[in-house]
Design a protein around this ligand. Sequence first.
Ligand code: 13P
Length: 233
Amino acid sequence: MIVTLNNKCNLTRQEFLSYKKQLQQIKTDVTLILCPCSLFLNDIDLDNIKIGAQNVSCTECGSYTGEISATQLKSMNVSYCIVGHSERRKYQQETNREINEKIKNLLKVNIIPILCVGEEKEERQKQIEKQVITKDLEEATQGLSEEEKSKIIIAYEPIWSIGTGIIPQIREIDDVVELMKDKFPNNKILYGGSANEENIETLNQISKIDGYLVGGLSLKPEQLKIFLKKLKK
Ligand code: 13P
């Protein structure tokens, strides 16, 4: 099982350093991937945790003020990188074409992309979630070989579930995971959206899942420990 911790734009460096000490005490056989604010990537030196980034540039190194390239992430020992998070699609107007570029740049330097896809509430109400997810997956992985595609970790994050405390019904998650496994049989699939230590027993009922992508929970090490203990391995 994989649990990816997406800190989003939270914590000052001082707060991050004390948070890191708490994470250091976690003993688990789950693969933990920590995706902090990029400024703190160099501060991660934990045996029990792999390093992930929250974003990468569409471009290679060059005259692109403010960007961080895949090559630069690699030089910071980053092994994973989130791409296509709904918050970036919404607030930075990130497109599938850009996400596709990012994935290609990451794969070139052997960083595993964690590709997020998920539907809006209205899209689920209109029962078009599968079309939305299929389109995003196809466009984001355009031009990749089957081998390259299989390296990507896919995260199903229904947008209406992120940070709301609402999780979909297990049947709804199962249906989307099945669709993903059908199109991407060799890929690891995560669920993200309000997963926490209280609802993990319910989420444990998902038939086939390889782990979770957590936001709010990532910032609460004590609750995270309980989550990891309850997690069905
Ligand atoms: P929450 O766990 O806070 O709902 O966030 C999920 C998420 O967006 C992880 O990428």
